[in-house]
Design a protein around this ligand. Structure first.
Ligand SMILES: Nc1ncnc2c1ncn2[C@@H]1O[C@H](COP(=O)(O)OP(=O)(O)OP(=O)(O)O)[C@@H](O)[C@H]1O
Length: 298
């Protein structure tokens, strides 16, 4: 088990007395290596959940266990520095994370802090930029001279530069264009498959994570109301809507088409190509002939 919440309730110190807790009796077990997507409407507790992963926030009640660390109210955090190296958190707003005068210094900050020489840290910064698709020519720039999307990639690069075992990212694809979003998620997925890491991503776009994530967590009012796989989640349309998300277009298309032709749509989350193939096969079964090869996939 890499992350485990045991009956965690959290109240912000500055919250009004009668405000509902930001996390309410949360129980969560994430077994690694895994890619987990967290969904939920604004204010449902997603950021607060992530901030418990490396002890930035600590439970008011209950315990968070991450790797071999235990995070609880009033208990001194054992090796907080080491915990923050092993569990990286990319904040919702990159400006909360970028504070040095150049992008390079920002990305080198973690590696230097954890003992790399200046030369090693610079090499790591360049390598992580190339890996993530951020032009290394931007390294000498001020982080605030970067576009919103570049700032976000720089914030992700700064966290990945120390090679954490768990990476939690709060809406990492906001302000990226569709191709960069897909590329970033594909790269994060490869960290799970090739490096055995656990990735937790907050997203409002079910469409972009549905085929990338292994598991989905849905939050409502500080509580976890769903934790399961894609096929199970896609059966819960109301829950998806309450989370401010919507069914992926390929799923909607297949379902409407299946209903119109009175056939059973395949379970799970199809790609656009798989949905087109389902449509083609259904039409052919009804005697419609497609132009050879159109929509057909081996
Ligand atoms: N620093 C704070 N002080 C007091 N209350 C806070 C603080 N930060 C968040 N909250 C409250 O805690 C609850 C959960 O907030 P959180 O930011 O975790 O939600 P979220 O699901 O990440 O929202 P969003 O999608 O808008 O980022 C909300 O009711 C919010 O108003």
């Amino acid at each position: 088990m890499v992350i485990r919440f045991e009956r965690v309730t959290y109240r912000y110190a500055g919250a009004p007395r009668n405000a509902a807790p930001a996390l309410r009796d949360v129980a969560l077990s994430i077994d690694g290596p895994r890619f987990v997507a967290v969904l939920g409407s604004p204010g449902s507790g997603k950021s607060t959940l992530l901030q418990h992963f490396n002890g930035i926030e600590r439970p008011t009640e209950g315990v968070v266990r991450v790797l071999d660390y235990s995070i609880a109210h009033g208990e001194k955090l054992k090796s907080a520095n080491e915990l923050r190296r092993r569990v990286g958190l990319v904040f919702q707003y990159p400006e909360r994370q970028l504070f040095e005068s150049t992008v390079e210094e920002d990305i080198c900050f973690g590696p230097r802090n954890f003992g790399m020489s200046q030369g090693e840290a610079k090499a790591a910064a360049r390598a992580v930029c190339e890996w993530i698709g951020l032009d290394p020519a931007l390294l000498p720039f001020s982080p605030f001279a970067l576009s919103g999307g570049e700032q976000r990639l720089a914030a992700v690069a700064a966290v990945l530069a120390v090679d954490p075992d768990i990476v939690a990212l709060d809406e990492p694809t906001a302000s990226l264009d569709p191709a960069s979003r897909e590329e970033l998620l594909r790269r994060l997925r490869s960290l799970v498959d090739e490096r055995g890491k656990t990735i937790v991503v907050v997203s409002h776009r079910l469409e972009e994570v549905i085929r990338v994530a292994d598991d989905f967590v849905v939050m409502e009012g500080g509580a976890i109301v769903f934790h399961g796989g894609a096929a199970e989640l896609l059966e819960r349309e109301e829950l998806i809507e309450r989370a401010g998300a919507s069914l992926p277009a390929a799923v909607r298309l297949m379902r409407r088409f299946a209903a119109a032709f009175d056939v059973e749509p395949p379970a799970g989350a199809p790609s656009a190509e798989e949905a087109a193939e389902f449509v083609r096969r259904t039409l052919e079964a009804r005697g419609f002939r497609s132009k050879e090869g159109v929509g057909a996939h081996a």
